[in-house]
Write a protein that binds this ligand. Structure first.
Ligand code: BTN
Length: 254
Protein backbone atom coordinates (compact mmCIF):
# COMPACT_ATOMS: atom_id res chain seq x y z
CA UNK A 1 0.00 0.00 0.00
CA UNK A 2 2.92 2.33 0.72
CA UNK A 3 3.81 2.15 -2.97
CA UNK A 4 0.40 3.21 -4.26
CA UNK A 5 0.20 6.32 -6.38
CA UNK A 6 -3.59 6.22 -6.76
CA UNK A 7 -5.78 7.98 -4.22
CA UNK A 8 -9.10 6.11 -4.41
CA UNK A 9 -8.34 2.77 -6.06
CA UNK A 10 -6.64 0.39 -3.65
CA UNK A 11 -7.50 2.25 -0.46
CA UNK A 12 -8.99 -1.03 0.75
CA UNK A 13 -7.08 -4.12 -0.36
CA UNK A 14 -8.20 -7.72 0.01
CA UNK A 15 -5.32 -10.05 -0.77
CA UNK A 16 -5.73 -13.82 -1.15
CA UNK A 17 -3.19 -16.55 -1.74
CA UNK A 18 -5.90 -18.52 -3.46
CA UNK A 19 -9.52 -17.65 -4.21
CA UNK A 20 -12.22 -19.05 -6.50
CA UNK A 21 -12.57 -15.80 -8.45
CA UNK A 22 -11.56 -12.26 -7.43
CA UNK A 23 -14.73 -11.03 -9.16
CA UNK A 24 -16.88 -13.24 -6.90
CA UNK A 25 -15.05 -12.00 -3.80
CA UNK A 26 -15.36 -8.36 -4.96
CA UNK A 27 -19.08 -8.74 -5.68
CA UNK A 28 -19.67 -10.05 -2.13
CA UNK A 29 -17.70 -7.16 -0.62
CA UNK A 30 -19.52 -4.64 -2.81
CA UNK A 31 -22.94 -6.06 -1.90
CA UNK A 32 -21.93 -5.65 1.76
CA UNK A 33 -21.16 -1.97 1.27
CA UNK A 34 -17.37 -1.80 0.80
CA UNK A 35 -16.08 1.61 -0.31
CA UNK A 36 -15.50 2.55 -3.92
CA UNK A 37 -11.96 1.72 -4.97
CA UNK A 38 -11.78 -1.51 -2.95
CA UNK A 39 -9.60 -4.03 -4.76
CA UNK A 40 -9.29 -7.80 -4.56
CA UNK A 41 -6.06 -9.44 -5.72
CA UNK A 42 -5.06 -13.08 -5.60
CA UNK A 43 -1.91 -15.05 -6.29
CA UNK A 44 -4.06 -17.70 -7.91
CA UNK A 45 -7.70 -18.40 -8.78
CA UNK A 46 -9.19 -21.86 -8.89
CA UNK A 47 -12.42 -20.72 -10.54
CA UNK A 48 -11.25 -17.75 -12.59
CA UNK A 49 -14.02 -16.69 -14.97
CA UNK A 50 -13.92 -15.19 -18.45
CA UNK A 51 -16.61 -13.70 -20.67
CA UNK A 52 -19.21 -15.87 -22.36
CA UNK A 53 -19.03 -18.52 -19.61
CA UNK A 54 -15.40 -19.33 -20.31
CA UNK A 55 -12.75 -20.02 -17.67
CA UNK A 56 -9.61 -17.99 -17.05
CA UNK A 57 -6.24 -19.68 -16.54
CA UNK A 58 -4.83 -18.13 -13.32
CA UNK A 59 -1.65 -19.92 -12.19
CA UNK A 60 -0.03 -18.87 -8.87
CA UNK A 61 2.44 -16.00 -8.82
CA UNK A 62 2.55 -15.49 -12.59
CA UNK A 63 -0.15 -12.93 -13.20
CA UNK A 64 -2.23 -10.09 -11.86
CA UNK A 65 -5.68 -11.43 -11.04
CA UNK A 66 -7.45 -8.29 -9.92
CA UNK A 67 -10.95 -6.93 -9.37
CA UNK A 68 -11.82 -3.30 -8.68
CA UNK A 69 -15.10 -2.09 -7.17
CA UNK A 70 -16.47 1.17 -8.57
CA UNK A 71 -19.67 2.98 -7.75
CA UNK A 72 -19.96 5.15 -10.84
CA UNK A 73 -22.65 7.82 -11.08
CA UNK A 74 -23.56 6.47 -14.53
CA UNK A 75 -26.77 4.93 -15.77
CA UNK A 76 -26.78 1.10 -16.07
CA UNK A 77 -26.83 1.64 -19.85
CA UNK A 78 -23.31 3.05 -19.53
CA UNK A 79 -21.84 0.04 -17.75
CA UNK A 80 -20.35 -1.33 -20.98
CA UNK A 81 -18.24 1.78 -21.14
CA UNK A 82 -16.54 0.82 -17.87
CA UNK A 83 -14.97 -2.08 -19.75
CA UNK A 84 -13.64 0.23 -22.46
CA UNK A 85 -12.37 2.53 -19.72
CA UNK A 86 -10.50 -0.35 -18.09
CA UNK A 87 -8.97 -1.40 -21.42
CA UNK A 88 -7.63 2.14 -21.90
CA UNK A 89 -6.21 2.29 -18.35
CA UNK A 90 -4.52 -1.10 -18.61
CA UNK A 91 -3.07 -0.27 -22.05
CA UNK A 92 -1.55 2.92 -20.66
CA UNK A 93 0.00 1.04 -17.74
CA UNK A 94 1.41 -1.75 -19.92
CA UNK A 95 2.90 0.78 -22.32
CA UNK A 96 4.55 2.77 -19.56
CA UNK A 97 5.91 -0.20 -17.60
CA UNK A 98 6.92 -2.58 -20.40
CA UNK A 99 7.19 -0.60 -23.63
CA UNK A 100 5.79 -3.53 -25.64
CA UNK A 101 3.34 -2.37 -28.27
CA UNK A 102 -0.04 -3.88 -27.49
CA UNK A 103 -3.47 -3.13 -28.91
CA UNK A 104 -7.11 -3.45 -27.90
CA UNK A 105 -9.34 -5.94 -29.68
CA UNK A 106 -12.99 -4.99 -29.34
CA UNK A 107 -14.42 -4.92 -26.78
CA UNK A 108 -11.94 -5.75 -24.08
CA UNK A 109 -9.04 -8.00 -25.00
CA UNK A 110 -5.51 -6.70 -25.04
CA UNK A 111 -3.37 -8.45 -27.60
CA UNK A 112 0.30 -8.60 -28.46
CA UNK A 113 1.11 -9.90 -31.93
CA UNK A 114 -2.39 -11.34 -32.21
CA UNK A 115 -2.27 -13.18 -28.89
CA UNK A 116 -4.15 -12.27 -25.76
CA UNK A 117 -2.23 -10.88 -22.78
CA UNK A 118 -5.18 -9.32 -20.88
CA UNK A 119 -8.87 -10.17 -20.48
CA UNK A 120 -11.45 -7.97 -18.76
CA UNK A 121 -14.75 -9.09 -17.24
CA UNK A 122 -17.10 -6.36 -15.99
CA UNK A 123 -20.07 -7.26 -13.81
CA UNK A 124 -22.72 -4.89 -12.53
CA UNK A 125 -25.44 -4.64 -9.94
CA UNK A 126 -28.11 -2.03 -10.59
CA UNK A 127 -31.41 -1.07 -9.03
CA UNK A 128 -34.03 0.80 -10.99
CA UNK A 129 -32.04 3.22 -13.10
CA UNK A 130 -28.94 3.58 -10.93
CA UNK A 131 -25.77 1.52 -10.70
CA UNK A 132 -25.18 0.09 -7.25
CA UNK A 133 -21.71 -1.16 -8.09
CA UNK A 134 -19.54 -2.29 -10.97
CA UNK A 135 -16.82 -4.89 -10.53
CA UNK A 136 -14.09 -4.68 -13.15
CA UNK A 137 -12.11 -7.90 -13.23
CA UNK A 138 -8.77 -7.88 -15.01
CA UNK A 139 -6.59 -10.86 -15.76
CA UNK A 140 -3.07 -9.97 -16.88
CA UNK A 141 -0.70 -12.69 -18.02
CA UNK A 142 2.44 -11.08 -16.61
CA UNK A 143 5.15 -13.72 -16.20
CA UNK A 144 3.41 -16.82 -17.55
CA UNK A 145 5.82 -18.92 -19.64
CA UNK A 146 4.50 -19.80 -23.07
CA UNK A 147 4.73 -23.52 -22.31
CA UNK A 148 2.64 -23.10 -19.12
CA UNK A 149 -0.57 -22.27 -21.01
CA UNK A 150 -3.04 -25.16 -21.33
CA UNK A 151 -3.01 -26.61 -24.85
CA UNK A 152 -6.51 -25.27 -25.70
CA UNK A 153 -5.31 -21.67 -25.40
CA UNK A 154 -1.57 -21.96 -26.08
CA UNK A 155 -1.91 -20.70 -29.65
CA UNK A 156 -4.04 -17.66 -28.77
CA UNK A 157 -2.53 -16.56 -25.45
CA UNK A 158 0.80 -15.11 -24.41
CA UNK A 159 2.25 -12.98 -21.63
CA UNK A 160 3.99 -9.66 -21.10
CA UNK A 161 7.25 -11.37 -20.15
CA UNK A 162 7.22 -13.38 -23.38
CA UNK A 163 6.57 -10.15 -25.30
CA UNK A 164 9.21 -8.12 -23.44
CA UNK A 165 11.79 -10.91 -23.26
CA UNK A 166 12.24 -10.41 -19.51
CA UNK A 167 10.33 -10.73 -16.23
CA UNK A 168 8.03 -7.84 -15.39
CA UNK A 169 7.53 -6.50 -11.85
CA UNK A 170 3.94 -7.29 -10.89
CA UNK A 171 3.87 -4.65 -8.15
CA UNK A 172 5.09 -1.91 -10.52
CA UNK A 173 2.47 -2.88 -13.07
CA UNK A 174 -0.29 -3.15 -10.46
CA UNK A 175 0.38 0.32 -9.04
CA UNK A 176 0.59 1.79 -12.56
CA UNK A 177 -2.71 0.13 -13.45
CA UNK A 178 -4.47 1.52 -10.43
CA UNK A 179 -3.30 5.07 -11.06
CA UNK A 180 -4.02 4.95 -14.81
CA UNK A 181 -7.44 3.39 -14.29
CA UNK A 182 -8.19 6.05 -11.69
CA UNK A 183 -7.09 8.80 -14.10
CA UNK A 184 -9.27 7.42 -16.92
CA UNK A 185 -12.22 7.06 -14.52
CA UNK A 186 -11.83 10.70 -13.40
CA UNK A 187 -11.64 11.77 -17.04
CA UNK A 188 -14.87 9.89 -17.81
CA UNK A 189 -16.63 11.33 -14.76
CA UNK A 190 -15.47 14.90 -15.26
CA UNK A 191 -15.40 15.25 -19.04
CA UNK A 192 -17.62 12.43 -20.29
CA UNK A 193 -16.73 9.33 -22.28
CA UNK A 194 -15.78 11.04 -25.56
CA UNK A 195 -12.09 11.42 -24.70
CA UNK A 196 -11.92 7.87 -23.36
CA UNK A 197 -13.49 6.55 -26.56
CA UNK A 198 -10.97 8.54 -28.63
CA UNK A 199 -8.10 6.97 -26.74
CA UNK A 200 -9.70 3.54 -27.07
CA UNK A 201 -9.91 4.05 -30.84
CA UNK A 202 -6.28 5.14 -31.06
CA UNK A 203 -5.22 1.87 -29.44
CA UNK A 204 -7.69 -0.33 -31.28
CA UNK A 205 -6.49 -3.12 -33.54
CA UNK A 206 -10.06 -3.93 -34.64
CA UNK A 207 -10.98 -0.77 -36.51
CA UNK A 208 -10.22 -0.87 -40.21
CA UNK A 209 -10.14 -4.69 -40.24
CA UNK A 210 -12.33 -7.34 -41.87
CA UNK A 211 -14.07 -9.14 -39.03
CA UNK A 212 -16.32 -12.12 -38.50
CA UNK A 213 -18.99 -11.51 -35.90
CA UNK A 214 -20.37 -14.30 -33.75
CA UNK A 215 -23.42 -12.53 -32.37
CA UNK A 216 -25.94 -13.72 -29.86
CA UNK A 217 -28.51 -14.48 -32.55
CA UNK A 218 -26.62 -14.34 -35.85
CA UNK A 219 -23.19 -14.40 -37.49
CA UNK A 220 -21.97 -12.11 -40.25
CA UNK A 221 -18.82 -10.50 -41.70
CA UNK A 222 -17.80 -7.01 -42.69
CA UNK A 223 -15.36 -4.19 -42.09
CA UNK A 224 -15.21 -2.73 -38.58
CA UNK A 225 -14.92 1.03 -39.05
CA UNK A 226 -15.85 2.75 -35.78
CA UNK A 227 -17.35 2.47 -32.32
CA UNK A 228 -20.31 4.65 -31.40
CA UNK A 229 -20.91 6.68 -28.23
CA UNK A 230 -22.22 3.55 -26.44
CA UNK A 231 -19.08 1.59 -27.22
CA UNK A 232 -20.88 -0.57 -29.82
CA UNK A 233 -18.80 -1.74 -32.78
CA UNK A 234 -19.97 -0.49 -36.19
CA UNK A 235 -19.45 -2.80 -39.15
CA UNK A 236 -19.97 -2.15 -42.85
CA UNK A 237 -21.58 -5.12 -44.57
CA UNK A 238 -23.13 -5.59 -48.02
CA UNK A 239 -26.51 -5.03 -46.37
CA UNK A 240 -25.53 -1.78 -44.68
CA UNK A 241 -24.13 -0.81 -41.29
CA UNK A 242 -24.50 -3.30 -38.44
CA UNK A 243 -24.10 -2.40 -34.80
CA UNK A 244 -22.72 -4.94 -32.28
CA UNK A 245 -22.96 -4.23 -28.57
CA UNK A 246 -22.18 -7.69 -27.20
CA UNK A 247 -20.63 -10.86 -28.54
CA UNK A 248 -17.34 -11.84 -30.04
CA UNK A 249 -15.52 -10.80 -33.17
CA UNK A 250 -12.56 -12.40 -34.85
CA UNK A 251 -10.20 -10.39 -36.98
CA UNK A 252 -9.32 -11.87 -40.38
CA UNK A 253 -5.60 -12.05 -40.96
CA UNK A 254 -4.71 -9.50 -43.66
C1 BTN B 1 -12.17 -12.64 -20.77
O1 BTN B 1 -11.28 -12.32 -21.54
O2 BTN B 1 -13.02 -13.46 -21.09
C2 BTN B 1 -12.21 -11.99 -19.42
C3 BTN B 1 -11.22 -12.60 -18.44
C4 BTN B 1 -11.24 -11.93 -17.07
C5 BTN B 1 -10.33 -12.61 -16.07
C6 BTN B 1 -10.22 -11.85 -14.78
S1 BTN B 1 -8.97 -12.48 -13.70
C7 BTN B 1 -9.56 -11.50 -12.38
C8 BTN B 1 -11.07 -11.50 -12.47
N1 BTN B 1 -11.64 -12.63 -11.75
C9 BTN B 1 -12.23 -13.50 -12.57
O3 BTN B 1 -12.80 -14.57 -12.21
N2 BTN B 1 -12.17 -13.06 -13.84
C10 BTN B 1 -11.48 -11.78 -13.93
Amino acid sequence: KAQLTSTVLGQEIHYFDEVDSTNNAAKKLAANGCPEGTIVVAESQVGGRGRLARGWFSPPGKGIWLSVVLRPPFSPMDAAKCTLMAAVGVTRAINSVTGIGCGIKWPNDILWQGRKVVGILTEMSAEMDAINFVVIGMGINVNVNQEDFPSEIASVATSLSVAAGCEISRIKLLTAMLSELEAVYMLAKNSGFALVLEEWKKNSITLGQQVDVYGIDRNFSGQAFDIDADGALLIKTFQGVERVLAGDVSIRPS
